[in-house]
Design a protein around this ligand. Structure first.
Ligand code: ZN
Ligand code: ZN
Length: 270
């Protein structure tokens, strides 16, 4: 049966309008990205019965506003320690993207490194996306792990090596290619999203998830859906259908789960 080691998580919000993720272990509470207003993040946290005062660290993936909008407010209001790699910090600072954060609250999380926070190991890995040095994370405790992966144009062999056989994934399902092609965005934006440094489509996200899942994998959350170029049901059907076609039992073995851009998922046990 499910042994519970106190490792819990919730996708607070996911979508092209704003992203934030929460996880906790008995010793640490972490938020990754705060791409919504500070107020909204506070209310998302209260949806899962948690208080930002108890959070130990805030990790940043990259400097796009749908990932950092609320960082400055939360850092100043709650005195949080904030982690990002050096290039991301210099980009944020030189363009004054989040206002002033005290130097002692700013920490470096280098790409490709693992940092131990109490009983939790966090490994960062680089992705292919049009930010200065975007990185996502794998969270590990007692051989259980959660992987966050959105905002990437493709999944490289190196990334696959880092993220395989996690217990759960937040996997990008950004757009349906036909909807994007025929949709309202200017051609240059469409090209950016479709490029190697853009976002994974429903189809690409499904293939990537199938490539990395293993016998430990129980849940795949559909992440970073575009409001204009995707439909929740379509993203869900694509992932579900792809896995079933490849003999993955999505009724009993691996569950495909929606996320929302405005409400937190429940707090799941890993
Ligand atoms: Zn994003
Ligand atoms: Zn981005």
């Amino acid at each position: 049966m499910n042994e519970n080691n106190g490792f819990k998580y919730s996708i607070l919000a996911s979508g092209s309008t704003g992203n934030s993720f929460y996880l906790e272990t008995p010793q640490k509470k972490i938020i990754v990205d705060a791409g919504l207003s500070g107020k909204k993040i506070e209310s998302l946290m209260s949806e899962i019965g948690r208080d930002i005062h108890d959070v130990d660290a805030l990790l940043i993936t990259h400097e796009h506003s749908d990932h950092i909008k609320g960082i400055g407010v939360l850092a100043r209001k709650y005195g949080l320690d904030v982690y990002a790699n050096e290039q991301t910090w210099s980009e944020i600072d030189s363009k004054n993207m989040v206002g002033k954060i005290a130097d002692e609250q700013k920490h470096i999380f280098e790409m490709g490194k693992t940092i131990t926070f109490g009983d939790l190991d966090i490994e960062s890995f680089g992705v292919s996306h049009d930010a200065i040095a975007p990185q996502f994370y794998r969270f590990m405790k007692d051989h259980k792990s959660f992987v966050l992966l959105t905002d990437t144009g493709y999944v490289s062999d190196r990334m696959r090596g880092v993220i395989e056989n996690a217990d759960a994934y937040l996997m990008e399902s950004n757009h349906e290619v036909e909807m994007l092609r025929n949709g309202p965005y200017p051609w240059s934006t469409k090209q950016r999203i479709l490029s190697d440094r853009g976002h994974l489509s429903n189809e690409d996200g499904a293939a990537a998830a199938f490539d990395v899942l293993g016998n430990q994998t129980k849940r795949i959350f559909l992440g970073h859906l575009s409001l204009h170029n995707n439909i929740k049901e379509l993203a869900h059907m694509t992932m579900d259908g792809y896995l079933q076609q490849h003999d993955v039992d999505t009724k009993r073995e691996v569950h495909v789960i929606d996320t929302s851009h405005e409400h937190a998922t429940k707090l799941y046990d890993i």
